[in-house]
Design a protein around this ligand. Structure first.
Ligand SMILES: [Zn+2]
Length: 247
């Protein structure tokens, strides 16, 4: 006997791919993790369900499923992120955030926490023009969720209390006696720790502007972090750097 189940789901669409002739397979990030569904005829321009298959869209949908396949039956778009999509730089920042979500989904102990974090950062991106800063704060704070939160309290080498110089390879700050030519200076280390510790509700335009002013060196740090500890480089972030260079 095949049981048909109806499910109501809220979440952020993070991917879609071709499925059979004119359908789409969509991946949505929900507070419980990833969920796939098929949008029948979703590739057709006049499909009413097509808006519920677009990347970077926040939706509430109803799917029906048999054992193997979830099929979209109805739904509404709750947020289209038009303010992000109409600005190439903001769009790339948002896609970079989504990319982190996709790549590290299995590393998150608390998926709901990361899900809410992603939605809140997208809301910040909507309002600010400091898109570099928004993305940098996201990837810095995400280090905690992927289990690589930097240690700023004691020297990563000798354990002393005056640790002011970030060393990415060691995963935190070192003291004056232990610093090497790969350590970052005190000012940059301070900014990086501010990004790591700031509460989302305290992120305002002044803070975003401050981070934006140092975005090149701060991206060097976050890039080095993910490359060193995960052998991973975020493609959309690199593309954003390429494109924003020309402007
Ligand atoms: Zn030391």
């Amino acid at each position: 006997m095949i049981t048909i189940q109806k499910q109501k789901i809220q979440g952020l669409i993070i991917n879609n791919t071709s499925y059979k002739e004119d359908s789409l397979k969509v991946t949505i990030l929900t507070k419980n993790g990833l969920f796939d569904y098929i949008v029948k005829a979703g590739k057709r321009i006049n499909s009413k369900l097509r808006p519920l298959a677009q990347e970077l869209t926040f939706v509430e949908i109803v799917t029906t499923s048999n054992k193997t396949l979830n099929t979209l039956t109805e739904g509404v778009v709750l947020e289209n992120y038009t303010l992000i999509k109409e600005d190439t730089n903001k769009l790339l920042s948002a896609l970079a955030i989504i990319e982190y979500g996709k790549v590290f989904i299995n590393s998150f102990n608390d998926v709901e926490h990361v899900y809410n974090f992603i939605l809140e950062m997208l809301n910040i991106l909507k309002k600010t023009n400091y898109y570099h800063a928004g993305l940098l704060i996201f990837e810095t704070k995400l280090l905690y969720a992927v289990g690589t939160g930097p240690n700023f309290s004691t020297c990563c080498k000798c354990g002393s209390n005056d640790a002011y110089y970030l060393d990415v390879t060691l995963g935190g700050a070192v003291c004056k006696n232990c610093l090497t030519n790969t350590s970052y200076n005190q000012e940059i280390t301070k900014l990086f720790s501010l990004m790591y510790f700031i509460k989302l509700k305290n992120i305002n335009e002044d803070f975003l502007q401050l981070i934006d002013n140092y975005s090149s060196i701060l991206y060097q740090i976050t890039k080095e972090y993910y490359a060193t500890h995960f052998d991973y480089v975020n493609k959309n972030h690199d593309l954003l750097i390429e494109i924003s260079k020309d402007n």
